[in-house]
Design a protein around this ligand. Sequence first.
Ligand SMILES: Nc1ncnc2c1ncn2[C@@H]1O[C@H](COP(=O)(O)OP(=O)(O)O)[C@@H](O)[C@H]1O
Ligand SMILES: [Mg+2]
Length: 455
Amino acid sequence: MIEGYSEEEFGTTVHAHVRPAEPISSIELLKGRQKELEEIRRALFAKGRHMFIYGDRGIGKSSLAQTAALQYQSSDSDIIQIGCTRTSTFYEIMQSIAASLVENLDSREIQAKTGINLKFFSFELLVKSSFKPEVPPVGNMEQALNVISDIREIHSEKPIIVIDEFDAIQEAEERYKFAEFLKKMGDSGIYVPIIFSGIAASLDDVLGGHQSSIRQLFPIQLSPISWDSRWDILVEALEAFNIEFDDEIKYRVAGISDGFPYYVHLITEHLLWAIYDDPDTLQIANFNHYNEALKKAVETVQEHIRKPYDLATTRHSQDFHHALWASADTSILHRNIDSIYASYGRIIRDLNHANPQEKLTPIDRKKFSQRLNTLTKPSHGSVLKKMSDNRTGWYQFSENMLRGYVRLLAETNGVQLWMDEAKVPKQLINPRPSPVGSSRRFQSSVPTGIGLKDD
Ligand SMILES: Nc1ncnc2c1ncn2[C@@H]1O[C@H](COP(=O)(O)OP(=O)(O)O)[C@@H](O)[C@H]1O
Ligand SMILES: [Mg+2]
């Protein structure tokens, strides 16, 4: 129970701290990205420079792009932000940018300005029409540059543009037009910085050979957030309600998340509601709440995460679950069969230890290797992929974000997949008895045989 909050007040305050479903745009909530924010801030002092934020889905690209843009944008207007889709074209995106320019415009302010030199829009159209004028299509590079020139003239003191999910644009030609455009913008001397973000392993992935022609594009590659940033999200939310908690809860949530803040937000949100709903305790987070939160997190995880896992495992033997759990063990993203099979052996031992009545017999290495191979097939959601350099027997997840869900599921079954990474004082992750009254599925005891770094 949490005293002093109506459901609505509580929900609103929860949302002020945890955002599993939307990107973050404030510096206070953006954890563990100070270095990147500083890099962007400094890079943008150079006129003519643009940013490209890239990394895995869910790693925090949109959040960093928005927060960095808000930090740059002068307070006299909002940032211009455009999302891309599969079918987006360069000219369409430039037209959307022009459209968001007029959306934010106060025509009286424009009228009051003197000596405005518009190139894309006509002055009359902007100030005279009582409703928002129709935005003309952008049909060539020159017009695209004119849009930028008009933004400089009338948007704000320091405008900035965010182009999110750039990788979604399917036609490579359309993406390459941006490379050409940035170069032309540099030559023209009229400049508005653009922060691009996209899922990619490298700039080459999205810009092909054109990368070298745009020396002005400053790359920022995002990695998982650090351990302390992970638990900062949880700790600040709990502290906002004066809730006491066992430190082990924060380590576990941090470990499960694998550095993807989404999972920390999701589990913390459900943890807070579990405490709110519990009539028996006051302002305390205990392991029953934690287990309830994990269960809810599993049930409410985003569809794009659940679906591939379900495809991989539903109506197949339980080996597929265990093979996936084994693949998400340790912090190493690329692993060979021997190492994954060793994790598998450990997982089966832990499950048998947690539940001696239901003794599981491990499958042999040959069969296990077939299972891993099957998990790369579309029939099984293509959840794993082989390493691109064709080294046989090396695997990684197709989407690293899935590893967090796999860890979450394993944890609800009493198996921990992150202990090797926990660079935290060992005494803080003591084995503890399973919570009274919990079902086997949500046991949280630390299984025996798990070593920490300092062992
Ligand atoms: N640095 C961060 N600190 C706290 N939460 C974050 C951070 N980065 C992202 N998030 C949260 O993680 C989730 C995914 O972030 P998002 O920016 O949408 O990722 P991406 O654009 O890479 O897919 C969102 O719920 C967002 O609120
Ligand atoms: Mg995004």
